[in-house]
Each structure stands twice: as structure tokens, then as C-alpha cells.
Design a protein around this ligand. Structure first.
Ligand code: SF4
Length: 224
């Protein structure tokens, strides 16, 4: 019986025969040349459907298994981490780059996080979201690691997830003054999670140990 092909980023479809792939488009920001290339590939391989995903990717649906290697070659990108136990693409809102409500540069921070962590293998799947203000259009509170811009810097939340048992993330640290400081804190969370004996998603780990102890073990302080 067919199943997902992780190394080719290929997700088995409902027909149990064809696959979908979703090329990685950091921040969901693309250009006409990339879109033309995706359209050319879609035409060449007669895709059944093209779908904009919730992870800011463009999925090509209804692909034959024997075409997958050629499709990735034609797209000239490596398979994105749309599936598997790893960091998925980082959801990023337009922030101060384009949005009139933005107070922090979510695109800059989000792309840095994406370049460091996208596809990194971890004990479980991990989603990240970066929003340029507290309206949180990247749904930061529902991400394993979610960051929101505030007038004083950045708020970092941990342990959010959607799914069958949705969970709002806990506040880890508030008023983080710089991108660099956010990156340092996220690195500590990832480092802790990589070595955790508990293989659940971060939200479940926090439910067991409590946010105070999680914060202390990750950051070495009670500061929030
Ligand atoms: S979270 Fe704020 S900055 Fe980002 S798109 Fe929404 S309103 Fe704009």
C-alpha cells in the first residue's frame, strides 16, 4: 500500500494513488518568475489542482509517483519540509514590510528563523509563526513557538497547537528587545526540545511540567 514519501516531500492523496508536493516559499513571498515556473511544471505534468496552503506554500496536487523526481528537478528547489517530524515552514505575516498596523519587522525575523530551522529534524513536528503586531495574523498563539511584535519588542509564546486538542501557547518571555535576543531564546527552546526525553509536542510537555518549570529549565530564570 502506498504511503507518504518523506524524502521527496510527497503526500499521498485521498485517491491513495497520486501525490501532492508543496515547494517551500519562505514567508509566502514569491515573484512572477517563480510563479511562472510553478505554472509551467503544473502544465507539463498535468496537475489535478493547485492549492494555496495554510503554511503559505503552493501545493501541486494529483502527481504521479514516477514524475516526482523530474518535477523537483524542473522546479529547481529542494523538497520543502511539509511533512515529517521536523520544523515546518515558518508562517510569517507582512509586518512592517507592508502592513500599516505592523510594529515589528516580522518578515526579517521570520525569514531568519526559517533559514535556520526549516526542515530541522526534531522529536516531533514543530510549527512556528511570526506576527508583526498583537493582531497575530500568523496565528502565533497556536504555534509550538510563536512570536508577536509589540511596541516594546517581541512576545514569545510556546506550546500552542491546533489539531484535535487545540492549545493556546503559554507566554515564555515578553518585551524581548531585539531580533537577536529572540533568536537566542528560540535557540534555547530548540536545544532543550532536541534533548528532551519527552517526545510529545511542546504544548504537551508544558502541560506536564508547567510553564514556570519549563521557563526555568529552558532559560535558567523565572523571568517573563
Ligand atoms: S499581525 Fe499585525 S502586522 Fe501582521 S499582518 Fe496582522 S495586522 Fe499586520
Amino acid at each position: 500500500m502506498k504511503k507518504d514519501i518523506l524524502e521527496k516531500g510527497a503526500i499521498l492523496q485521498r485517491d491513495r494513488e497520486t501525490y501532492a508536493i508543496a515547494p517551500h516559499i519562505p514567508a509566502g513571498i514569491t515573484d512572477t518568475a517563480t510563479l511562472r515556473k510553478i505554472c509551467d511544471v503544473a502544465d507539463k505534468y498535468r496537475v489535478e489542482a493547485i492549492k494555496i496552503t495554510s503554511a503559505q506554500r503552493i501545493a501541486l496536487i494529483g502527481l504521479r509517483e514516477e514524475d516526482l523526481d523530474d518535477i523537483w528537478t524542473d522546479l529547481a528547489v529542494t523538497p520543502g519540509a511539509a511533512i515529517g517530524l521536523c520544523v515546518r515552514s515558518v508562517k510569517i505575516c507582512p509586518g512592517t514590510t507592508h502592513c500599516k498596523r505592523g510594529v515589528q519587522d516580522s518578515v526579517s525575523l521570520g525569514l531568519k528563523l526559517d533559514s535556520i530551522y526549516h526542515a530541522m529534524e526534531l522529536p516531533n513536528k514543530m510549527k512556528m509563526g511570526v506576527s508583526g503586531c498583537m493582531l497575530s495574523c500568523a496565528e502565533s498563539a497556536l504555534k509550538d513557538i510563536g512570536v508577536m511584535g509589540t511596541n516594546k519588542g517581541w512576545r514569545i509564546m510556546v506550546g500552542g497547537n491546533a489539531g484535535a486538542r487545540p492549545r493556546i501557547g503559554d507566554l515564555l518571555v515578553d518585551n524581548v528587545p531585539t531580533e537577536e535576543a529572540v533568536l537566542e531564546i528560540v535557540a534555547k527552546v530548540i536545544d532543550y526540545y532536541k534533548n528532551a526525553s519527552n517526545q510529545n509536542r511542546i504544548g504537551r510537555i508544558i502541560e506536564e511540567m508547567g510553564i514556570e518549570r519549563f521557563r526555568e529549565e529552558v532559560l535558567g530564570s523565572h523571568e517573563s
